[in-house]
Design a protein around this ligand. Structure first.
Ligand SMILES: *Cc1c(COP(=O)(O)O)cnc(C)c1O
Length: 204
């Protein structure tokens, strides 16, 4: 069972390191709808969901308690339903998604583009060399970039990916950098993250 006190202690420790300008997003894919209260009581104000269905259920029940982002693998046919539910989609990475954003986006819609910094074959995300043209084709405002570095148990292994993402954001004059999960958030802060996406580091 998720404990609010544990979430609060973890959040305070991480916030102290991160500073007030870095947003801490709680990834809620491991959190049952019934347990979401522990996040609110623990001081979490921003959450990120991976699946539309879970987002709908949790937001219906806990809508006012948090700001909601979408951080999961994004299917274009779900864009229409996700858009009105969230503040920001972190994972825009295909032309079929851009087409749906063109149809259903509104004046205030903002998104992050997911970048495949390391060029991993098996992973989604836009290649750095294609990023400029992709951003130019995006019909809504691109507020920043997101990345998931190659899996490693060594936090330092993520540093080159984070540094490159920060470079790309500066090159394209973008403010938001969604990078850093439970195992590498400290490195992400050092490389300029503005949104950390945390699961286990908050809950255990
Ligand atoms: C689950 C998830 C996270 C958080 O992962 P942890 O390792 O538990 O911190 C971050 N980003 C995305 C896209 C996720 O799906």
């Amino acid at each position: 069972m998720l404990e609010a006190e544990r979430v609060r202690a973890n959040l305070e420790r991480i916030r102290e390191r991160a500073g007030p300008q870095v947003e801490i997003l709680a990834a809620t894919k491991y959190v049952a709808p019934d347990e979401m209260w522990a996040l609110a009581d623990g001081g979490v104000t921003l959450v990120g969901e991976n699946r539309l269905q879970d987002l709908e259920v949790k937001r219906q029940r806990w809508g006012d308690a948090f700001a909601w982002d979408f951080i999961g693998n994004l299917q274009s046919r779900k864009v229409k339903q996700i858009l009105p539910l969230v503040r920001l989609i972190h994972s825009v990475a295909s032309d079929s998604v851009l087409a749906q954003l063109g149809r259903h986006g509104e004046a205030g819609t903002e998104v992050l583009v997911e970048v495949n910094v390391a060029g991993e074959e098996t992973k989604g995300g836009i290649r750095p060399a294609e990023l400029g043209e992709f951003i130019a084709r995006c019909p809504v405002r691109v507020a920043g970039l997101m990345t998931m570095p190659p899996f490693s148990t060594d936090p330092e292994a993520s540093r080159p990916s984070f540094a490159r993402l920060a470079e790309l954001a500066a090159e394209h004059e973008l403010d938001r950098l969604s990078m850093g999960t439970s195992q590498d958030w400290e490195v992400a802060i050092e490389e300029g993250a503005t949104i950390l996406r945390l699961g286990t580091a908050l809950y255990t």
